[in-house]
Design a protein around this ligand. Structure first.
Ligand code: NAP
Length: 378
């Protein structure tokens, strides 16, 4: 098991066998790993439906504040699926929610916001849903978003890093990174980092919260820290997705430690991550059996609203008082051994720092009034 999760093994295989054969074998092995895990998680979904012991959130939970007047939240990828459900739940409680979408037309985004609001019976009229553009394939659009946010709001209570893609073909962004890596991981690190001053300005009862929506698919895989962009090792969409989700968890742990350091202590922020459950959403558009049997998937999976429960729990529950935890079904759980390895976390942080250093510098020069610290430096 270790060998097939080690990038050196695949480099060796490239030297012995033809490239196309190794590429196919790698895809098959990683697909099997993820489908086996998927089968286990579908069983977990059935258990959840039948069990009274798994926590399910109702509209009024004592540990989840119901009045979010004056709260501001950002939910990435809130145009549909789990993000949309989380955004609607926050709005219902009176929160101003800025949802991000890669939809390029203003009319389309305004329509999304109106439809989302119309579908909710708000218990508190102080809320709003706005849809602002970010395309996570372009780091510059993260800059534009943060600049606009600082100008119009300046203070942020909740950041939900939810936008994501799954099992897309090998592709590189104009910033030079593999799609899963940049959209699911790197651009969200940049967004979180640039929003740190705004998060620090939130002055509600507790610290501001960052919630990273990751996935259980991280369990069977390791990150190829020497080849995160699949440039010298084979590409598999299964590996690329799982790796990006693993990186999100490792970044959560690293940042939680950073927030306890001398530099980080000045920021009053809690950061945690989670697996939302297997929810029937557009994420499964490239999964063959879900496309063939959507009725079966709808029967086995949870709904997007149910998928948003742990997101809401991590964003709001008063039970959560510290950073650096991984949650499933509103309870903390051990993530994979690889994700908890501090040496690997430090290496990923070093790489991330190098990948984003120039962008952070450029941002600090362009917006000196919103200066952020050097990324993840102790
Ligand atoms: N559903 C599940 O069973 C499941 C399980 C584990 C983890 N997750 C995680 O949960 C999160 C939400 O997934 P979902 O199931 O709700 O999926 P979804 O319905 O496909 O929603 C994905 C969201 O990401 C946004 N997005 C995609 N590409 C983007 C880009 N380049 N730039 C900006 N936004 C982009 C989409 O918005 P636009 O298209 O409007 O840009 C959309 O709102 C993901 O991070 C996923 O990995 C889901």
């Amino acid at each position: 098991m270790l060998a097939i999760n080690d990038y050196k093994f695949w480099l060796l295989m490239y030297r012995i066998f033809p490239k196309n054969i190794i590429d196919t074998v790698f895809t098959i092995i990683t697909a099997i790993q993820l489908y086996l895990l998927g089968a286990r998680y579908v069983l977990k979904e059935i258990h959840r439906k039948l069990s009274s012991k798994v926590r399910k959130l109702s509209a009024n939970e004592p540990d989840i504040p119901d009045d979010l007047t004056d709260y501001v939240a950002v939910v990435t990828g809130g145009s549909r699926g789990i993000g949309l459900s989380a955004a609607k739940d926050l709005y219902r409680r009176g929160c101003i929610v800025i949802v991000t979408s890669s939809a390029s037309s203003q009319m389309e985004r305004d329509k999304m916001a109106e439809e989302a609001k119309e579908s909710v019976k708000a218990t508190n009229n102080s809320g709003n849903i706005l849809v602002w553009p970010i395309d996570f394939r372009e780091m510059s659009s993260v800059f534009d978003f943060v600049a606009r946010f600082n100008k119009e709001y300046g203070s942020l209570d909740i950041l939900i890093n939810n936008a994501g893609v799954m099992f897309v073909d090998k592709n590189f962004t104009s910033d030079g990174f593999e799609y899963h890596y940049q959209i699911n991981y790197l651009s969200h690190v940049l967004l979180t980092w640039l929003l740190l001053p705004a998060l620090n300005k939130a002055d509600k009862k507790g610290p501001a919260r960052v919630v990273n929506v990751s996935s259980s698919t991280h369990y069977p895989r390791c990150a190829f820290l020497d080849d995160l962009q699949s440039q010298i090792t084979p590409y598999s969409a299964f590996h690329a997705y799982a790796q990006s989700k693993l990186c999100q968890i490792m970044f959560t742990y690293y940042m939680a430690n950073w927030l306890r350091s001398d530099v980080g202590q000045s920021y009053r922020v809690l950061i945690n991550c989670l697996h939302p459950g297997v929810a029937m959403t557009g994420l499964y558009q490239y999964v063959w059996w879900v496309r063939l049997f959507p009725w079966l998937a709808s029967f086995l999976f949870r709904t997007a609203d149910e998928g948003a429960e742990t997101v809401i729990y991590c964003a709001l529950s008063t039970e959560i008082e510290s950073s650096g935890y991984y949650y499933e079904d509103c309870s903390s759980l051990r993530s994979s051994k690889f994700s908890m390895n501090k040496i690997y976390q430090n290496r990923l942080a070093d790489l991330t720092r190098k990948q984003l250093a120039k962008l952070i510098e450029k941002y600090n020069q362009t917006y000196p009034e919103y200066k952020v610290p050097q990324i993840l430096a102790y």
